[in-house]
Design a protein around this ligand. Structure first.
Ligand code: ADP
Ligand code: MG
Length: 270
């Protein structure tokens, strides 16, 4: 009896491997023991196992999508201090976390000074999109422009464009930190107009609209780029000073207070 059990268990694991069901293979004995304790029938047992396999698959697929998105640093909304950035509408961010803007092919534009949380918010939103099954890529705009210029010969360029065309959400971080060359601006415009009504864009920039010409060069190109970007677009302004600066100041104030306190506490005994 024991020998038959072992034989069928070996065969079962062989079949599960051939069927590519690793979670079922790993969990079937444990879940069978629990099902026996719960008096669960065969179908309930099968349901539990297939649920576990599906959950594990979804988890691994989400991890792959996060890896493919190539976030420079992972950020979540849990660590975003909304009180420190009152110009950011918490309700709007919560709505955007539902990712409906991606289905509607709408864009998000984040405008504000350096260090005000634009990349943090863009990463948190894009990571949520990965979790929900969307294909995402996060790229610094200068890096994208360099890659496009380098893909000079037609085939590489088309392949690169093909990769972007497959995305549901493209994050263009830091548009405007470095002025693009004429060719660079045209290539960037090409990506933005290809994405128009097909792929959602999140663009972060420190530039107010009136300064975009300085970066993109021609007024015609700036007008056409802004027209496509802002047609169906949510604008988030991260007004105020850099969070790092604010954080450093808060730390200094705390340190100063604790020094004063220590002096005060010591005062009576001296
Ligand atoms: P930006 O992209 O606007 O230049 P970042 O998003 O890179 O700014 O923010 C700079 C640093 O400050 C990051 O480490 C970010 O996580 C942090 N930060 C910015 N704003 C906030 C905030 N409101 N709450 C928590 N951390 C923040
Ligand atoms: Mg940034």
């Amino acid at each position: 009896m024991k020998a038959t059990e072992t034989k069928s268990s070996v065969l079962l694991h062989h079949h599960l491997k051939a069927l590519r069901l690793p979670t079922v293979a790993a969990e079937c004995e444990k879940v069978a023991a629990q099902a026996a304790l719960d008096n669960a029938d065969h179908l309930a047992y099968l349901l539990r196992l297939t649920e576990l396999e599906l959950l594990e698959r979804e988890k691994r697929a989400a991890e792959r999508r996060v890896k493919a998105a190539r976030f420079p640093t992972m950020k979540t909304l849990e660590t975003f201090d909304f009180a420190a950035r009152p110009s950011v509408n918490k309700v709007l961010i919560a709505e955007l976390m539902r990712c409906e803007y991606i289905d509607k092919k709408e864009n998000i534009l984040m405008v504000g000074n350096p260090g005000t949380g634009k990349s943090h918010l863009a990463t948190a939103l894009a990571a949520q999109a990965c979790a929900k099954g969307y294909r995402v890529r996060f790229i610094r705009t200068t890096e994208l422009v360099t890659a496009l210029i380098e893909a000079r010969d037609e085939r590489t360029f088309l392949r690169l464009k093909g990769q972007f065309a497959k995305l549901d959400l493209l994050v263009l971080d830091e548009l405007g930190y470095v002025p693009a060359s004429k060719v660079g601006s045209e290539l960037l415009f090409d990506v933005i107009s290809t994405a128009y009504e097909r792929t959602s864009l999140i663009v972060t920039t420190n530039l107010p609209f009136e300064s975009w010409t300085e970066v993109l060069g021609s007024e015609r190109l700036t007008g056409a780029t802004l027209d496509r970007l802002t047609h169906r677009c949510r604008i988030i302004e991260t007004k105020g000073e850099s969070y790092r600066l604010h954080d450093a100041k808060a730390r200094n104030t705390r340190a100063a207070k604790s020094t004063t306190q220590t002096v005060d506490e010591k005062a009576p005994s001296s």
